[in-house]
Structures are given as structure tokens and as C-alpha cells.
Ligand binder design. Structure first.
Ligand SMILES: NC(=O)c1ccc[n+]([C@@H]2O[C@H](COP(=O)([O-])OP(=O)(O)OC[C@H]3O[C@@H](n4cnc5c(N)ncnc54)[C@H](O)[C@@H]3O)[C@@H](O)[C@H]2O)c1
Length: 398
């Protein structure tokens, strides 16, 4: 008996230490308790539709770069928007909180919670009959996957399935538009990248989880009749952007007089990206919501076929990283200290280039922003947000 008790104690202890070590790989998040009358009231008010035939949209990752911009655009035209974000510390959460404050000033509420939390999702769908879900919550970033692989599985796979489970049993089922990524093209070297090109050679775990997302959403479309639109974004940039991305961290380092690391591909080739301005991406997201047919299922049962769509959202004009640096130098009026090194095998690909004719045809998607103009807008935002504007172009806050 005593031995059995000892055995049970040891088993419990080893389980608890397993849970603890598992959580070590996830991000720190600060969850406020969800629920209560005030909480529900904020959600109802945020979800209020203010235009004829408007939508009620659940935006996941609403505290993120793209999520904030899409939420603002939907709110502006009179759709009801409720956000959900776990405000994790992959990058400075205070930037996410500042974005939240902008949304709050427009009466858009972001629920602080994880998309893996089935109870919160169920509660949200109980309070609001969402017509659409704009799913943007994810663990982004290519290189970070080598440091924290489980965070990708947590948000991009497990979180996606939890969300789809909720959507499939919702009544009515919402139509789902979600962010895949250009990274699914991986080692594909046929340019420009078209939706029909092969995507079975991912170069990073991030890409692999996005590719898995495309397969997982297909399954839910096939079995449950969920209307699915997957968007392969190509390097999105602009005001309120992500600090882990090159254009952002280069700006920070150049202003602080620190060196920047510029990667070079095989045979000294410059890396190139199809940089796409945030406003163009937002238009593509909104057009996807507008053109998405309804889901067909009811009570978790498929009643007929529903659309499964995938689109590239890019700019169609790749720019090399040295050219990007040159544009930043011109805008900041500071010469960068460049440290040019060979690209390590950490998941990056040498170039991206989108063929957008499908999105053009079916969504009316037509990007209009060139990189120099878009970066000028970004730099203006950056200097203002981080308090560099003292009138003489000098730093006052850094
Ligand atoms: N920005 C780009 O260049 C780019 C390119 C291709 C694809 N994407 C995809 O677009 C989407 C939006 O990207 P972004 O640049 O706005 O990134 P972001 O990191 O700024 O936004 C993602 C948001 O999701 C939240 N989040 C992460 N895991 C969560 C979870 N489990 N539960 C709740 N919230 C969670 C984060 O806190 C963050 O605020 C992502 O799916 C990303 O993979 C972005």
C-alpha cells in the first residue's frame, strides 16, 4: 500500500514536471480573466453592425500588425469586429497594447485570450453569431522556429484546430479567411510563385506549419462544409509593423548607430523579397471576406460543398535587401553600418516573387504601393512612435 502511494506520488510529480517543461517553450502571456457582465457588454457593443448587410467578424491576432489594420478597416466601413489576442511576448507586447488602444478608441474590443482556449471561443460564439472569422493569430517568424519550435505547433497547428472545431459546430457556421504565407513555396525556384506551384518543400518549421494549416483547413472544408479562403501573404510591411522583420530592425539599428546584418545568398547573390504594403494586404483581406460564399454546414454536419480558395497576396516586384537598405538610409539620412554575411541555413529562402493574377481576377486585388513610398510612410510612423521627432531629426527618446 505504502509502495503504491509512493509510486502514485512519483507519477504525479513526473507529470507535473512534464507539463512545466512543456510550457517553458511557450510564450509568457498575461491573461485577464474573461467573463462577467461588463466583458460580455463590451463584446456585444464591439460586434454591433453599423451598415446594411454588414458582417460580424471575429479577428484572431487583432493585437498583431495585420490584425490591427484589418480590424480598423472593417470597423471603419461599419462591420462589427471582435478581436482575440494572447498578447504574447514574442516581440514587445507594449507595441501590441498600443495597437489595442487605437482599436479601443474606435470601440473595437480585443478579448485577451488564447485561441487554444476552447471555453473562451465557445463563449464568444455564444454571445455573437459571427458571420466571418478573419484568422491572423499565429507564431510568425522563420528563424525563431529553431529557438522555440513548440510555439509554432501551439499557435499554428493546435490553435488552428481548436478554432476550426469551434467554427464547425457554430450555428450558423462562419466563413473563414486566414493567413497562410508565401513561405509555403519553400525551395520552389519557379518564378513568379503561382498558387498551382509545388508547396511540399518547406524550408522552415514556420513554413511547414502554414502548409499544414492549408491541409487542415481543407479537411474541415471537406468534412464539415466550412467556407475557407487561405491567403499567402508576401513580406508585409508598413506603420505599426513587426519589430522582428528586417525593414523594422534595420531602421532601429541604423538610428541607434548599430551595425545591421545583411545576408547574401549562394554565389554572392543578393536576397530579394516581394515587399507588400499593409494597405494593399488589408484590401486583399477585405475583398476575400466580401467574396467568400457562406459555409454550408449545420450543427457540425455538412449540407453541401463549400468553397476552398487559396490566393497569393504580393506586390509582384521583388526588391533586393541592399536596395531596401539604401531606401532606409535615404529616409533616415544616416549611412548604415553593414555587416554582409552568407545566409545561414536557418529557414530563410533566397527570394520571393508573387504571381497575383488569380487574386486579381477573383478578388479584384491590385496592389498600388511601391517600396520607396511605403517605406517613407513606415519611417515617418517609426520616428513619431519612438519619439525621434524633435524637429531637428535627432533622437529624443532612445
Ligand atoms: N507580416 C508578414 O510579412 C506575414 C507574411 C506571411 C504571413 N503572415 C501571417 O499573417 C498573420 C499576421 O501576421 P502579423 O505580421 O500581423 O504577425 P503578428 O505577430 O504581429 O500578429 C499575430 C498576433 O497573434 C497573436 N497570437 C499568436 N499566437 C496566439 C494564440 N495562440 N492565441 C491568441 N493570439 C495569438 C500574437 O500575440 C500577435 O499579436 C500571421 O498568421 C502570419 O503568420 C504574415
Amino acid at each position: 500500500m505504502f509502495l503504491w502511494a509512493l509510486f502514485l506520488i512519483a507519477l504525479t510529480a513526473s507529470y507535473l514536471s512534464f507539463i512545466a517543461s512543456g510550457n517553458r517553450y511557450l510564450h509568457r502571456t498575461s491573461h485577464r480573466s474573461a467573463g462577467g457582465l461588463h466583458w460580455e457588454k463590451q463584446i456585444r457593443s464591439s460586434a454591433q453592425i453599423r451598415r446594411k448587410n454588414g458582417f460580424s467578424v471575429l479577428v484572431t491576432g487583432a493585437g498583431g500588425f495585420v490584425g490591427t489594420h484589418v480590424s480598423l478597416a472593417l470597423n471603419k466601413r461599419g462591420d462589427g469586429v471582435v478581436g482575440i489576442d494572447n498578447f504574447n511576448d514574442y516581440y514587445d507586447p507594449s507595441l501590441k497594447k498600443s495597437r489595442r488602444n487605437i482599436l479601443r478608441s474606435k470601440n473595437v474590443f480585443i478579448v485577451e485570450g488564447d485561441i487554444n482556449d476552447q471555453r473562451i471561443l465557445a463563449k464568444l460564439f455564444e454571445i455573437v453569431k459571427f458571420t466571418h472569422v478573419m484568422h491572423l493569430a499565429a507564431q510568425a517568424g522563420v528563424r525563431y522556429a529553431m529557438e522555440n519550435p513548440n510555439s509554432y505547433v501551439h499557435s499554428n497547428i493546435a490553435g488552428l484546430v481548436t478554432l476550426l472545431e469551434q467554427c464547425k459546430s457554430a450555428n450558423p457556421q462562419p466563413a473563414i479567411v486566414w493567413a497562410s504565407s508565401s513561405s509555403v513555396y519553400g525551395l520552389n525556384d519557379k518564378v513568379p510563385f503561382s498558387e498551382a506551384d509545388r508547396t511540399d518543400q518547406p524550408a522552415s518549421l514556420y513554413a511547414a506549419t502554414k502548409k499544414a494549416g492549408e491541409e487542415i483547413t481543407h479537411t474541415y472544408n471537406h468534412i464539415y462544409g466550412l467556407s475557407i479562403t487561405g491567403l499567402r501573404f508576401f513580406t508585409v510591411y508598413g506603420p505599426w509593423g513587426r519589430p522582428d522583420m528586417a525593414y523594422f530592425s534595420f531602421t532601429r539599428n541604423i538610428l541607434q548607430g548599430k551595425p545591421i546584418t545583411v545576408f547574401r545568398g549562394k554565389n554572392g547573390m543578393d536576397l530579394a523579397r516581394d515587399f507588400t504594403y499593409i494597405d494593399d494586404i488589408v484590401k486583399g483581406c477585405v475583398a476575400s471576406l466580401d467574396t467568400a460564399s457562406k459555409s454550408t454546414g449545420l450543427g457540425g454536419k455538412k449540407k453541401g460543398p463549400a468553397p476552398y480558395r487559396i490566393y497569393n497576396l504580393g506586390n509582384t516586384s521583388p526588391v533586393t535587401v541592399p536596395v531596401l537598405v539604401g531606401i532606409l538610409e535615404k529616409n533616415l539620412k544616416i549611412k548604415a553600418k553593414k555587416n554582409v554575411v552568407d545566409m545561414p541555413g536557418n529557414g530563410d529562402v533566397p527570394f520571393t516573387h508573387a504571381n497575383i493574377s488569380l487574386a486579381q481576377r477573383e478578388l479584384g486585388y491590385k496592389p498600388t504601393m511601391d517600396l520607396p513610398t511605403g517605406l517613407k510612410k513606415f519611417v515617418k510612423w517609426y520616428l513619431s512612435y519612438y519619439g525621434y521627432n524633435d524637429g531637428k531629426g535627432n533622437s529624443v527618446n532612445s
